[in-house]
Write a protein that binds this ligand. Structure first.
Ligand code: SF4
Ligand code: SF4
Length: 176
């Protein structure tokens, strides 16, 4: 009985090796060859623009509050027409754990995770990204989304005129 077990134990690894030699490799020769990343890939963070080409970020600090490792910081500012923006916006990628909570918290779809995963560096200071490094020209995963139009918080737009906004309630109609 022990002899049979020993023979099996000796032959089986050869059988496993032979069987896998004939398989198509599942590995690729990176970096010569690259896989197409999933659309839901959570890699380098970007700041996007709305369909008018304006910065989507309104410096509401929600992403910063949601970040579990405190790697997002910014300073809010206001334009002459009342629209808020981030005067500066910084992400320390050496601390980021790419959890995606910032992107989930963002009400304007400004901050998004991209598929660019090639961002490793031995120099930690190179991993601190400023607004100029983060801001891209397009809308990222949703080019059409316009927070101001949908939420009705448009600068110079009357209340209730947003695509998904109800007209303001007339409280006098509730008076006895
Ligand atoms: S992905 Fe996570 S860790 Fe990175 S900045 Fe966003 S919330 Fe912070
Ligand atoms: S990226 Fe989004 S959540 Fe963060 S401050 Fe800007 S609008 Fe707010």
């Amino acid at each position: 009985m022990n002899l049979w077990r020993d023979i099996r134990g000796t032959v089986h690894p050869f059988w496993v090796t032979l069987r896998n030699m004939l398989r198509t490799p599942v590995t690729i020769e990176y970096p010569e060859e690259r896989r197409t990343v999933s659309p839901r890939c959570r890699a380098r963070i970007v700041l996007t623009r709305d369909p008018q080409g304006e910065e989507r970020c309104v410096a509401c600090y929600l992403c910063s509050a949601a970040c579990p490792v405190d790697c997002i910081s910014m300073q809010a500012a206001e334009r002459a027409d009342g629209r808020r923006y981030a005067a500066w916006f910084r992400i320390n990628f050496s601390r980021c754990i790419f959890c995606g909570l910032c992107a989930e918290a963002c009400p304007t779809l400004a901050i998004q995770m991209s598929g660019d995963y090639e961002m490793g560096s031995r120099d930690l200071l190179k991993l601190v990204a400023e607004k100029e490094d983060l801001l891209i020209d397009g809308g990222g995963r949703d080019n059409e989304y316009d927070f101001y139009r949908h939420a009705g918080i448009g600068v110079g737009q009357v209340r209730g005129a947003g695509d998904e906004e109800n007209p303001p309630a007339d409280f006098r109609s509730n008076l006895p």
